[in-house]
Ligand binder design. Sequence first.
Ligand SMILES: Cc1ncc(C[n+]2csc(CCOP(=O)(O)OP(=O)(O)O)c2C)c(N)n1
Ligand SMILES: [Mg+2]
Length: 328
Amino acid sequence: MNENGLPAKVELARLGHDWARERLDTMLLIRAFEEKAEELFSAGRVHGTMHLSIGQEASAVGAASALREGDYLLNHHRGHGHCLAWFGSDVDAMMAEFMGKETGYCRGRGGSMHIANVEANNLGANGIVGGGLPISVGVGLSIKQRKTTQVCLTTFGDGGANTGAFHESLNMASIWRLPVIYLCENNQYAMSMPMQRAFNIERISRRAAAYGMAGVTIDGNDLLAVYAAVREAAERARSGGGPALIEAVTYRWRGHSKSDKQAYRTRDEVKEWQGRDPIIRFAAVMGLSEAELEGARSQAVARVEAAVAFAEASPEPAVEHIAEGVYA
Ligand SMILES: Cc1ncc(C[n+]2csc(CCOP(=O)(O)OP(=O)(O)O)c2C)c(N)n1
Ligand SMILES: [Mg+2]
């Protein structure tokens, strides 16, 4: 059953095979991209750090699918999937950014954690936990003053929901009825801190009541559940109904970042969550055979390999331009 009470298969039939296939392909692209990025990082060909969202793909693809071109995205540090699922997504520019090349989204200056695509209203990620939350109030206010029907999707983690910025931002957005969708990707941990030790409530979405906004907890590994929840929130926001808080319950398969030894969780726990793979679950609802899924997976891997070739052939940023974007 999905959020509308419809069996998933009936809901998917309504959305159509092409719609579903596109969503599946985007989830596979994100998975293949991050697996490749991880390999390149280990080989010393991508620098900095990296926060992989492997296992959380349904949240990124489900959310973007429920929105329209022209809407805004404020992303967080675990946001590769959101960038790849967003409007105007370009896997070549994404890989080039990771590899520090001039053809990257931010001309190689941002790297994995700071990818923005302002032309597509992807306003970028933030290295400060909860850092996108106050910005969402500004974006929401701007939309309201311009009287458009845009909305702003703001992503953050369970840890982000325990910052002061979370409380201030949700309160302000609610008072001013701003068209912002707060998508909390509760992946059970903030670095090594388990969610159970950081909250005295079971569901983060309960906090919405304190600010007088709608709040819902959904299965974040179910693309259709994310899609339905974000669509409902977007419809409400576009018609002046104000913000909403969506808690998408999910799990990161990899460590917090590339330096995490993961001493705080067991292999069995990771395995258990891997059994809830959002991609395999969605393919099953689509009724794809194993061979069909493998075919789709190979296409995604080939697309990512082409992006690596593009990035490798791209020039490094020239030294003469080093101060651009630093001084105004
Ligand atoms: C204000 C601030 N405090 C602490 C950190 C260090 N830090 C980086 S990521 C992180 C955990 C974030 O956890 P969560 O919000 O659940 O997102 P997840 O990494 O699980 O996706 C912390 C504490 C930071 N970057 N910014
Ligand atoms: Mg987390």
